[in-house]
Design a protein around this ligand. Structure first.
Ligand SMILES: Cc1cc2nc3c(=O)[nH]c(=O)nc-3n(C[C@H](O)[C@H](O)[C@H](O)COP(=O)(O)O)c2cc1C
Length: 439
């Protein structure tokens, strides 16, 4: 993260906050206010109660995410699928040197409380690194962690995620699951953590594929794991078997509070950071959370449409602006093509894809207003939309709030494309308003 933050600074993409901020709500309030007008990252130099500066909104920009993975044409999905296609051939790690490390305590790290009704300070940007208990395959994933004391964190392990499965396997053997939490992980590790690869895929290989070289690692001191040397802060510990304790409430990605629930207990065995370390904050349900999850989910749907369903004409997939919607951009192949795409898209990611819109290549899939304009101007409202009733949705959905699917074909009628040529003014792209406007 250090090199990435420096590079952003050189490019003028970091806003510096020099005055001291309170980690209880004030820091989050500044992040939110800044995100409302800018995609820039933030660097808080002085955060009350900790000697570590705090970086925020590092990944709240699709343009930056595309740059990290080398998607020069802006098509994140296609590049991501290319990068993760042949992971078997990728060397995941190589020995590295972290330089001098400082040993510390959880309470010395910035204790950031984000939303009004959050139970207290949380670590929201930590990448959990763990190994599958039998195969040893490495997994990377995000899990919010409520700070309880220097020794204990409470961690949300969504049951569909690999870490929860690893923990269940370890628990079945009566063992704790060793894990390392990386705060301020290098960007390639951060992006690999957002990806949902098959459970037997080594996600450190995915990180190495993004980086274009093996990830430099060092052994942990108290657990049998190797962590990227470029991680700013490493919290080593174990998820205890047969034990759950109350965690929450917490303002999470959909923009609501999740109530108190019994979640996993992480026993801290060591905290260390690189000299001059910067902590990473992440405001849930903000651009920093959304851009990352959107690209990860969209790439998974893109892979399903192109590789599993083997559908032709798939150009790009977006999950902007809500995560719960999908927009698929296509080169339409036949009258029935959009319907095939819609049905396949719902198959790809049952957790999130609650509404899917299919648009033509001349419609920006990252702009829902354009997608709706296309739906409403390119044909009938009734025959181009359909509802699939009673499809189960989001796993933690006791009230079935996320059941059902809405499908919308917003493409031009097949064979009548010429009638829908979009108006355009020659030369508009060359206009510099400053050459025309006075005052
Ligand atoms: C910022 C952020 C926070 C997240 N927090 C949680 C969480 O608290 N619990 C959880 O189960 N998943 C959380 N997720 C989702 C998973 O970490 C993510 O989907 C990951 O890809 C799962 O990896 P896996 O498929 O390898 O298990 C979060 C994702 C992001 C980007």
């Amino acid at each position: 993260m250090r090199d990435y933050l420096s590079a952003l600074g050189r490019e003028g993409e970091v806003r510096l906050v020099k005055r001291e901020v309170d980690p209880r709500h004030e820091l989050a309030a500044v992040i939110q206010a800044s995100q409302e007008e800018s995609e820039a990252a933030l660097l808080f130099e002085r955060v009350r109660g900790s000697s570590l500066p705090v970086a925020a909104n590092l990944y709240g920009s699709r343009r930056r995410l595309c740059r990290i993975i080398g998607a020069d044409d802006g098509n994140f999905c296609r590049r991501w699928v290319e990068l993760t296609a042949a992971l078997d051939d990728v060397a995941a790690t190589q020995p590295g040197n972290a330089g001098p490390l400082v040993s510390g305590r959880i309470s010395e790290l910035p204790q950031i409380t984000y939303y009004e009704r959050d139970a207290g300070p949380y670590f929201t940007s930590a990448v959990f690194l763990a190994r599958e208990p039998e195969s040893g395959v490495a997994n990377l994933s995000f899990h919010r962690a409520q700070v309880m004391s220097d020794q204990e964190l409470r961690v949300r392990l969504g049951p569909s995620h690999d870490l929860a499965k690893y923990q269940a396997q370890a628990e079945a053997r009566g063992e704790a699951l060793e894990a390392a939490m990386l705060i301020g992980a290098p960007p390639e590790v951060f992006l690999a953590a957002a990806a949902s690869l098959p459970i037997n895929a080594d996600e450190m290989q995915a990180a190495a594929a993004i980086a274009g070289s093996p990830i430099a690692v060092r052994p942990c001191n108290t657990v049998d794991l190797e962590v990227p040397v470029a991680s700013e802060i490493v919290i080593e510990g174990r998820i205890l078997p047969g034990l759950c304790r109350p965690e929450g409430p917490f303002g999470e990605f959909m923009g609501y509070y999740v109530p108190v629930g019994d979640n996993a207990v992480f026993e801290v065995s060591q905290v260390s950071w690189r000299e001059g370390a910067t902590f990473q904050a992440l405001l849930c349900s903000s651009a920093d959370d959304y851009r990352l999850l959107e690209t990860a989910i969209a790439a998974r749907i893109y892979r399903h449409l192109t590789e599993t369903a083997k559908l032709p004409g798939i150009v790009d997939v977006s999950c902007q602006p809500t995560l719960l919607n999908t927009v698929v951009q296509i080169d339409k192949q036949s009258h029935d093509h959009p319907r095939e795409v819609l049905l396949a898209a719902f198959d790809a990611h049952p957790d999130y894809s609650k509404m899917c819109v299919v648009v033509d290549r001349d419609v920006d899939p990252y702009n829902m207003s354009q997608a709706m304009w296309a739906y409403l101007t390119r044909g009938r409202a009734d025959t181009r939309a359909f509802i699939i009733e009673d499809v189960p949705g989001f796993y933690r959905d006791d009230n079935r709030d996320h059941w059902g699917r809405l499908a919308i074909d917003a493409t031009k009628p097949w064979g009548r494309e010429a009638e829908f040529e979009r108006t355009r003014i020659p030369g508009v792209e060359r206009v510099r308003l400053s050459d025309y406007l006075s005052g």
